[in-house]
Write a protein that binds this ligand. Structure first.
Ligand SMILES: *[C@@H]1O[C@H](CO)[C@@H](O)[C@H](O)[C@H]1NC(C)=O
Ligand SMILES: *[C@@H]1O[C@H](CO)[C@@H](O)[C@H](O)[C@H]1NC(C)=O
Ligand SMILES: *[C@@H]1O[C@H](CO)[C@@H](O)[C@H](O)[C@H]1NC(C)=O
Ligand SMILES: *[C@@H]1O[C@H](CO)[C@@H](O)[C@H](O)[C@H]1NC(C)=O
Length: 330
């Protein structure tokens, strides 16, 4: 009785652990090409020796608790044909430089809604075919220019809701195919056209200038306001010139209420250029008239001196002439 019970258990164990190529990971849902491990409380990319990752082009790891993504996270499990990787909402705060090794086929990478403060320089090096990169909802305060340079085929880059205040001039240099760039919900200090100019294929730009969304409650100073509004005008001018559809906000302004603000900055800018112009004009006129007056005065003085000289000479001549005549007469 006891031995037959043991046999049943042994058979069950054998059946459960027998390596089958199509076995799914426990807790995940497997279907053709899609491995959905979302919401499964994983703390790492699962690793099971009998499981072959190369059957799947979509790996969904979203809504887990993977705080650190280790190196070779995907090569270990033979994930080699992944095209879509969803690592959003995973509490990620660190990704090893070599975490994405072996994912050269990847097209879509979602790292949104994590706690990333920075990205390692060489992190994206293997992802030479990536077309969409989602980084929104992190705490990125700086992107080192070299980080994005391997992503030459990138079409969509979403960095909404981060902490970027400055973007280095060379950051987008390699992104010649990029069509959509999202930078809403950041604290961009200014709009530098040279930063965005390498984006030859850009069609859509979302940008938020100055301050974080937290500052909406505290109204900005007058100079801050005019400065941001003027930056916004610079940005919109660039967009118009490049035929890019732009959504540019100063975050403390009420949405869709830029018409009045636009006039404020136009007024300031126009006022500025008018006074500059008049100053320039009046200054040159002033200079010219003074030069004219001085020249005239000099000429006048010269003429008067000449006349006086001529008179003196004439008088002397007359006097000596008289003396001569008188001498002769004498
Ligand atoms: C994940 O953990 C939470 C609480 O820690 C639990 O309620 C939930 O059932 C777990 N989910 C799975 C798929 O194990
Ligand atoms: C991954 O799973 C989440 C939650 O189930 C879902 O919202 C998301 O769309 C999935 N991602 C992909 C790429 O299918
Ligand atoms: C990130 O979180 C926000 C809300 O916190 C949500 O609206 C958004 O859909 C999430 N994005 C992704 C890709 O999960
Ligand atoms: C501007 O872009 C739109 C589409 O984004 C296109 O239809 C239009 O022809 C472009 N105009 C110029 C002048 O390039």
């Amino acid at each position: 009785m006891a031995s037959s019970w043991k046999l049943v258990v042994a058979v069950i164990v054998l059946i459960q652990t027998r390596p089958t190529r199509n076995s799914c990971l426990s807790g995940c849902l497997c279907s053709t090409q899609v491995l959905d491990c979302s919401n499964t409380n994983f703390t790492n990319i699962p690793f099971i020796e009998t499981f072959r990752g190369e059957l799947y082009t979509v790996l969904n790891m979203s809504f887990n608790f993977i705080r650190t993504l280790e190196e070779n996270s995907f090569t270990k499990q033979y994930f080699s044909v992944i095209e879509t990787l969803d690592l959003s909402n995973c509490d990620l705060s660190e990704i090893n430089s070599f975490a994405f090794r072996g994912l050269g086929k990847m097209i879509n990478l979602n790292l949104a809604n994590n706690s990333l403060k920075g990205l390692k320089d060489r992190l994206f090096e293997p992802l030479v075919n990536l077309k969409e990169l989602y980084l929104q909802g992190n705490q990125l305060s700086r992107i080192v220019p070299v980080t994005l340079s391997p992503l030459r085929k990138l079409i969509v880059l979403d960095m909404n809701y981060n902490r970027l205040s400055v973007i280095d001039k060379e950051t987008f240099n390699s992104l010649r195919d990029l069509r959509e760039l999202r930078l809403k919900g950041n604290a961009m200090r200014d709009f530098a056209p040279e930063t965005f100019s390498p984006l030859e294929s850009l069609q859509s730009l979302e940008l938020q200038l100055f301050g974080t969304s937290k500052e909406i409650s505290s109204p900005p100073s007058k100079t801050g306001l005019s400065s941001c509004l003027c930056q916004r005008i610079t940005a919109l001018g660039w967009c118009q010139g490049r035929n890019v559809t732009c959504f540019v906000t100063c975050d403390y302004s009420h949405e869709n209420n830029y018409d009045g603000d636009y006039r404020v900055c136009s007024g300031i800018l126009n006022g500025l250029s008018n006074t500059e112009a008049t100053k320039n004009r009046s200054l040159s006129a002033f200079d010219l008239s003074w030069a004219f007056v001085i020249i005239m005065v000099v000429i006048l003085i010269l003429i008067i001196t000449l006349i006086i000289l001529a008179l003196v000479v004439l008088e002397k001549k007359i006097q000596t002439g008289d003396a001569n005549t008188s001498v002769i007469i004498d």
